[in-house]
Design a protein around this ligand. Structure first.
Ligand code: AMP
Length: 249
């Protein structure tokens, strides 16, 4: 069973991003980039499936610029077998990524595609759902546990009221939530081993996919500064402020 894991190169989650002075976006020059944290969880889950004998091959794929190969190397260090870079200099929005992944799914024919539930840069939470719709595969988003057995995937997923369990026939699309697993620490020997694993480069144009952006960013602004706190004299003033001034956000 082949598992495909799309991994996105994003600004490291510890970096405090700054808005460009012209308001056209955030400044990512000289900023540390990493694999999207939910994608690390997705890779870890795929590698665990391989280690338990359920999966036979784990393929990591990233869509974007050449530097996304670094992200693929991280996936290979976690334990993926090979990488595919779908190379494009264009601004790839979730629909474009989903279409590129659909083209790769048609070529690779994986039994399972495990994505992150969302990318922490755009917080879109759309690519997995769009890929499932385009490829006509069943989907389970926000997975907190995954069990594969005899052509079926049993998924517990997080919903507003708690959790629900879905049984999907394979091939299927799953998106990983935080509680699915805790990704392993990538050791130096694994990083060295990953350097020898193959990474294929496919040019996005070769897949004949329309990647033109559908959304236009009008302006990006910093969130408002948090107002300073105040000290109140006693509880009655506090209660009054809570009742009349505090707002539910
Ligand atoms: P999003 O819909 O942008 O929040 O992204 C959800 C998931 O789609 C991510 O966690 C990745 O697994 C996948 N994804 C999004 N963009 C890319 C990309 N450029 N390359 C590979 N995978 C991606």
């Amino acid at each position: 069973m082949k598992v495909l894991v799309p991994v996105k190169r994003v600004v490291d989650h510890n970096v405090k991003v700054r808005v460009k002075s012209d308001g056209s976006g955030v400044d990512i020059c000289n900023v540390k980039m990493s694999m999207n944290p939910f994608d690390e969880i997705a890779v870890e889950e795929a590698v665990r499936l391989k280690e338990s004998g359920v999966a036979t091959e784990v393929v990591a794929v990233s869509c974007g610029v050449d530097l996304a190969q670094e992200t693929l190397r991280t996936a290979l260090a976690i334990g993926a077998d090979r990488g595919v870079l779908i190379r494009s200099d264009a601004e790839l929005q979730p629909l474009a990524v989903a279409k590129l992944l659909q083209a790769l799914v048609e070529k690779e024919r994986p039994s399972l595609v495990i994505l992150g539930k969302q990318a922490v840069d755009d917080d879109s939470n759309q690519t997995g759902q769009m890929l499932a719709a385009l490829s006509k595969m069943p989907q389970a988003t926000f997975a907190s546990s995954l069990l594969v057995d005899e052509g079926c995937a049993l998924i517990s997923r997080e919903i507003d009221g708690g959790s629900e369990t879905l049984s999907l026939s394979l091939p299927a699309v799953v998106t990983a939530d935080l509680r699915l697993n805790e990704p392993r620490y990538v050791t130096l020997p694994r990083i060295m081993k990953a350097k020898k694993k193959p990474v294929d480069v496919i040019h996005a144009e070769a897949l004949s996919v329309d990647v033109a952006p559908r959304l236009k960013t009008l302006k990006v602004v910093e969130p408002p500064m948090r107002a300073a706190g105040v000290k109140v004299e006693d509880v009655s003033v506090l209660v009054d402020k809570l009742r009349n001034e505090a707002k539910v956000i």
